[in-house]
Design a protein. Structure first.
Length: 361
């Protein structure tokens, strides 16, 4: 079937054979994440968190300050660490030829099993994220053909993998919940069905337990607006869930440094690295212009999303080090999803005269 796309260059999506779909899935969802995860975890030395790979130092680093509220990733790493220990395998000998990080950890007397727990959590999250991105690129509301979809997914994976220059238990996991929640919301708008909305709520809860950037899921949902009460009610429920988890963690764990630790805005303005980091905002604007050219729907949604996310952007500029691209990733991922939209029907129904996108000719 022909697809009525706002973008004039994408008017038809050829059907994929099982062989093509299987090959694309094998490369994008297994091979690419595996290679990227290995290279980033074992061929480079982590920044900032190099002293966090024993049970004690991990809890000292990620169990204090603003990090203590990001509980889900920390719990998962500790659980995986305990399971690895039960296996009784000499893991450093297994990975002895893996690269610099193994030798560096040995020099620092770190526990390799703890580092391996970080690796497993991040790698599984990256593989699942790849699967979601690939599925999204082949969804009815995507304007990407096969080649464009492969390049789009590969570009997203390369970008998020680069954020592993700092190995944490929560960054990659938070990207998974953000992308999953965004796709669930769009799927609910297109297909209807309460279980898509339930998945969105689940991503809000799990995302907030992982990192407070899950607030961007609510910004993403609000960017679509709402003509009917159902969408507003759904957004209200999501906001309530976020507030309950966000405030509940701070009630249980204390309000000290509950929002941020340090004000970094002077450093961002005065330092060379700060000015380099500010180029990320320029790149973001350029991508919005490039990928939404002649696509007014996508551009409108992206501008709404960025306007609603302005408090998050303000917090990056005020309290974060803007040179850290992992702070910008939660923004860029929803923007990239919106950029590939060609049309989304209201209430799961396509407008009269509009052809339903599909895989069949």
């Amino acid at each position: 079937m022909k697809i009525r796309s706002i973008h004039p260059l994408v008017v038809f999506r050829p059907p994929l054979s099982r062989r093509q779909a299987g090959l694309d899935g094998l490369v994008l969802c297994i091979a690419v994440p595996l290679v990227l995860s290995f290279l980033l975890h074992f061929c480079f030395i982590t920044n900032f968190t190099y002293n966090s790979f024993t049970p004690e130092t991990m809890q000292d680093h990620f169990g204090t300050g603003i990090f203590r509220f990001r509980v889900l990733g920390r719990w998962l790493v500790m659980w995986v660490f305990e399971q690895i220990h039960l296996l009784g395998v000499d893991w450093p000998s297994v990975f002895e030829d893996a690269g610099r990080m193994v030798r560096y950890l040995d020099d620092q007397k770190a526990d390799f099993s703890m580092y391996l727990a970080f690796v497993l959590i991040n790698s599984v999250s990256l593989h699942l994220l790849a699967g979601l991105l690939w599925w999204g690129s082949r969804s009815p509301w995507s304007r990407l053909g096969r080649k464009e979809g492969v390049l789009w997914v590969g570009g997203q994976l390369l970008f998020v993998a680069l954020t592993l220059y700092v190995v944490t238990p929560y960054d990659m996991l938070s990207y998974l919940w953000i992308v999953g929640g965004c796709l669930a919301w769009i799927s609910w708008l297109v297909r209807g069905g309460g279980w898509w909305l339930g998945l969105f709520f689940l991503c809000v809860v799990l995302g907030t337990l992982t990192r407070e950037s899950s607030l961007l899921l609510l910004c993403f949902a609000a960017a679509w607006g709402g003509r009917g009460g159902t969408r507003l009610i759904a957004l209200g429920v999501g906001s309530l869930l976020f507030a309950m988890v966000y405030l509940g963690l701070r009630i249980l764990l204390g309000w000290d440094q509950g929002v941020f630790e340090l004000a970094q805005w002077r450093h961002n303005i005065a330092s060379f690295s700060g000015w380099i980091g500010l180029q990320t905002a320029f790149i973001l604007g350029y991508l919005v212009y490039l990928f939404t050219e002649r696509n007014q729907l996508a551009r409108t949604l992206i501008l709404r999303f960025l306007a609603l996310a302005s408090p998050y952007i303000g917090m990056i500029l005020y309290t974060g080090l803007v040179v850290e691209i992992r702070l910008w990733a939660p923004l860029l991922l929803p923007v990239s999803l919106l950029a590939m939209i060609h049309s989304v029907p209201e209430n799961g129904r396509y407008r009269q005269g509009q052809e339903v996108p599909g895989e069949d000719t």
